[in-house]
Design a protein around this ligand. Structure first.
Ligand code: ADP
Ligand code: TRP
Length: 324
């Protein structure tokens, strides 16, 4: 199976717990059994990051997060999206078979408009670029968080329309792979954890910063002895780091009363630091070797291009582009 996924290098720092549990953890888990191709979506970041130095730094951060989390560049392909500008050619081809209405119905686009973001064409066309990322590889499976489900449906739609228009089978219809247990990781304020909501916990933030953020998780004034509702971001976050038995016991304690929010926050902080500790060391080791990091990304782009070229050539041929 060919597995393909990407993470956007946007915001101000690297990946958060939502990115890890919703996406990255699965990416790393699949690399040994499947052909894994993962990329850092810096073209996509252009819809929000408008500074060259910041864009470069964020690419490095996400690449280091991947390597820290255990992505093995000997097995999986890790590349920087902008090292493969061929993707943009396919995006153009796909835009010409994508109805306006399809893009107008995109939740991500509608949410951004509702937040008052001044929309440009890039934001509107974002799902077409994402479809090109996927279809250029003829990927079988795309592991993503729940929030990306609609984008995958749109990708399938575009593939079908292109195939139908040019009477070809050039594009395979990819399936999403969404982890059921942690479909949506909540943020500090209880909404979906997201770089755009400023409610995140970074995987590799320094201990002090993590502590401050964990302590700021919004709780009410229920006294320590009273029962707590475990359907709360604090407990849901804690549960990410526990097995089922541990979670049941902890939730029972919380529901019975006697477990205060303050203690639960301390428990959560400890879990985060313990869990990401070994990954943090591996990340720091890579961070000391920027030339090696660059080599990984360059080699990743070379291997990505080998896979993409035949698909793109077939799409060009089907559409009658270029000389014979
Ligand atoms: P953000 O919303 O912070 O900008 P991205 O859109 O870059 O995050 O997401 C990268 C990957 O992480 C995607 O596969 C997405 O589905 C997943 N993801 C992001 N936030 C969450 C979350 N809160 N819960 C589960 N998965 C998430
Ligand atoms: N849109 C995805 C997100 O915001 C990132 C992404 C871009 C992606 N291209 C992709 C994910 C292709 C999977 C496959 O999270």
């Amino acid at each position: 199976m060919r597995i393909l996924s990407g993470i956007q290098s946007s915001g101000e720092t690297g990946c958060h717990l939502g990115n890890y549990f919703g996406a990255m953890r699965q990416h790393v888990a699949y690399q040994s059994e499947h052909e894994g191709i993962f990329f850092i979506a810096d073209y996509h970041s252009m819809t929000s990051v408008r500074n060259a130095a910041l864009r470069r730094r964020l690419v490095d951060e996400v690449a280091l997060d991947y390597l820290g989390a255990g992505l093995d560049p000997e097995q999986a392909v890790l590349y920087r999206q902008s090292d493969l500008p061929e993707t943009c050619e396919l995006q153009w081809m796909l835009t010409t078979v994508t109805p306006m209405g399809l893009l107008q119905r995109a939740h991500s686009y509608k949410d951004k408009l509702a937040q008052g973001v001044a929309a440009d064409h890039g934001l509107f066309a974002y799902p077409v670029l994402m479809a090109a990322d996927i279809l250029q590889f003829n990927a079988d499976l795309v592991p993503v968080g729940q929030d990306q489900k609609q984008h995958l449906e749109m990708t399938r739609d575009m593939a079908q329309r292109f195939n139908h228009t040019y009477e070809t089978e050039v594009f395979k219809l990819p399936d999403p792979l969404i982890p059921e247990e942690v479909a949506v990781v909540p943020g500090l304020d209880g909404r979906k954890m997201s770089k755009s909501y400023d409610n995140t916990l970074g995987m590799f933030w320094p201990q002090k910063q993590l502590k401050k953020a964990v302590m700021s998780i919004v709780t009410d004034s229920t006294p320590v002895e009273d029962p707590k509702d475990t359907d709360h971001a604090l407990f849901q976050l804690w549960a990410l780091f526990a097995d089922e038995a541990e979670r049941d016991a902890y939730f029972e304690r919380a529901r019975a009363g006697g477990l205060g929010y303050g203690d639960a926050k301390k428990d959560l902080l400890k879990r985060i630091l313990d869990y990401f500790g070994p990954m943090r060391e591996r990340r720091e080791d890579w961070a000391k070797r920027p030339a090696d990091l660059e080599d990984v990304l360059r080699d990743g782009a070379r291997r990505a291009r080998e896979r993409v070229r035949p698909v793109l050539d077939a799409a060009r041929e089907a559409a009658g582009l270029g000389g014979r």
